[in-house]
Design a protein around this ligand. Structure first.
Ligand code: NAD
Length: 496
């Protein structure tokens, strides 16, 4: 399969792009390995997908939700059966270690199962009328064609967070995966059709940002859900805003672990290694700052941290001994390296890593050493901007209050964590931290899909929407309130 040409899947039919052009995608761990050639789609391909989706919506929106759920249950079963194959492809497409790719495919399964369950709920509300023999109910209804635009770093899980709530609610979808990781999304759509999804209900069109923008601009696409950088999110938000189009944005982060002087140091060390260097720091929730309360153990702890970071095994994620994969592209690696160089110029001290890894088995990939900077001041660029690489900045503080202030001192608000054994301070932090996700004694990564989970951020991380749980339904449904008057007379609200 790898190395093939992949066509657009327009409503269940494989189609060449009207552009007649393709783009290539290579493995970031081995730039000689072609993952595939993908159609470089244009507006005509989008028009075709929209036309087919419009027809499919008429039937799908009226299909009973429990029947829609059957497709998601079946898709979960197929994904489960193919878990290893899908994870191996995901590893080669993104570079992330196989163990993480397996986790990501599990997240797709969990998401499908969770939203399939919603097929028998999709709760609305009932309320009391102020009048006799009258009832009020509010139901959720689908909106129409949803344009789903995704980032490269979770090319299976993130599209599934959008696809499952959209379909279960009775919408139809058009997915534009990231050009940097298009194959995993293709396989998701293929498996939905294998699971029995009616023709037309889902399409995938490959392409670049111009195609995403055309989706945002298209009047027949009624919802846009975008996961990506804050810069792109703002652009898409402007387009959707001008059209009063529903738009859900899941954007960048500048996440931090606050470590108080009574933190369990062994647990903290493990949490930092996973949070900062897992997925080579390329998660929206990656830990990029350690806000460390000054205490007598700081120096020895940082020494242990450097040793542990240097011991992490770096390489091709298919080799299961490796814990850290490459960055997604040569260009992105340059960007990360430039951040580190500027931080040093700004006065930070480089105490670990800070270089590209280009020798031996690593020579064909975009590997970067786990990097730690100390003497970072809260106003420095490295303390405020998203780096999206394996770079940890350590900021030392005197008190709990100062730690909270600095944790909140960025334009982002995705994920913040605290390590302490003081229950009062832990709970106070959950009130004071300005982020959509907060963790106690766990790193900033590790969100789950479930009823009480809500994935999303505050401030420039988004516009208030949530994924990965029941609140995701708010993006893909519109409310309708139905008044039932069985009094057999004219009753006047607020007047009778
Ligand atoms: P990106 O913003 O470069 O691209 C995201 C998607 O938007 C891609 O599909 C891209 O083709 C498309 N796009 C680009 N220009 C567009 C335009 N003008 N109009 C419409 N679509 C356009 O992001 P990326 O490099 O793929 O991913 C990394 C970013 O995503 C990081 O900032 C990361 O924090 C963020 N992210 C956020 C979450 C979250 O849930 N908050 C999850 C994963 C990644």
């Amino acid at each position: 399969m790898l190395g093939n040409s992949f066509l657009n899947n327009i409503g269940g039919e494989l189609k060449l792009s009207f552009s007649g052009e393709e783009f290539e995608k290579y493995n970031p761990a081995d730039q000689n390995q072609l993952i595939g050639k993908f159609q470089k789609s244009n507006i005509e391909d989008l028009e075709e997908a929209v036309k087919i989706a419009k027809i499919a919506f008429k039937t799908w929106k009226n299909t009973p939700a429990p029947q829609r759920a059957e497709i998601l249950y079946k898709a979960a079963e197929i994904t489960s059966a193919e878990k290893n194959k899908l994870a191996e492809i995901l590893t080669q497409e993104t570079g992330k270690p196989l163990i993480e790719a397996l986790g990501e495919i599990q997240e797709v399964i969990d998401t499908y199962l969770f939203f399939a369950g919603e097929g028998r709920r999709l709760y609305g509300m009932t309320g009391q009328s102020e009048l006799y023999n009258k009832s009020i109910i509010t139901i959720r209804q689908p909106i129409g064609i949803c344009g789903l635009i995704s980032a490269w770093n979770f090319p299976s899980a993130v599209p599934s967070w959008k696809i499952a709530p959209a379909l279960i609610s009775g919408n139809v979808i058009i997915l534009k995966p990231s050009e940097k990781a298009p194959l995993s999304g293709y396989l998701l759509i293929e498996n939905l059709y294998k699971a029995g999804l009616p023709k037309g209900c889902a399409s995938i069109i490959f392409g670049y940002g111009d195609l995403g923008q055309a989706m945002a601009e298209h009047d027949d696409i009624k919802v846009i859900s975008l996961t990506g950088s804050t810069t792109i999110g703002k652009k898409v938000s402007e387009i959707c805003g001008a059209k009063l189009k529903k738009c859900a944005l899941e954007l960048g982060g500048k996440n931090a672990i606050v470590a108080l002087e009574d933190a369990n140091q062994a647990l903290l060390l493990e949490g930092i290694l996973w949070g900062a260097f897992g997925t080579a720091g390329q998660r929206c929730t990656s830990t990029s700052r350690l806000i460390l309360q000054k205490s007598d153990w700081n120096k020895s702890f940082i020494e242990k941290l450097i040793k542990a970071a240097n011991n992490l095994k770096i390489g091709n994620g298919l080799n299961q001994v490796n814990q850290i994969g490459p960055l997604i592209s040569a260009e992105h690696r340059e960007k990360v390296n430039d951040f580190v160089s500027r931080a040093v110029k700004d006065g930070a001290k480089l105490i670990c890593g800070g270089q590209k890894l280009e020798s031996g088995d690593l020579k064909n990939g975009y590997f970067y050493a786990p990097t730690i900077l100390t003497d970072v001041k809260p106003e420095m660029e490295i303390a405020k901007q998203e780096v999206f690489g394996p770079v940890l900045s350590i900021i030392e503080v005197n008190s709990f209050e100062e730690a909270i202030e600095i944790a909140n001192n960025t334009d982002y608000g995705l994920s913040l964590a605290i390590y302490t054994q003081n229950i009062n301070l832990a709970m106070q932090s959950t009130n004071q931290l300005e982020a959509g996700l907060t963790y106690i004694n766990a790193p900033t990564i590790g969100a789950e899909c479930g009823g009480a989970s809500a994935f999303g951020g505050w401030k420039n991380t988004g516009n208030g929407s949530r994924e990965g749980g029941i609140l995701a339904l708010d993006t893909y449904t519109q409310y309708k309130t139905i008044y039932l008057d069985y009094s057999e007379k004219l009753q006047k609200a607020q007047i009778d």
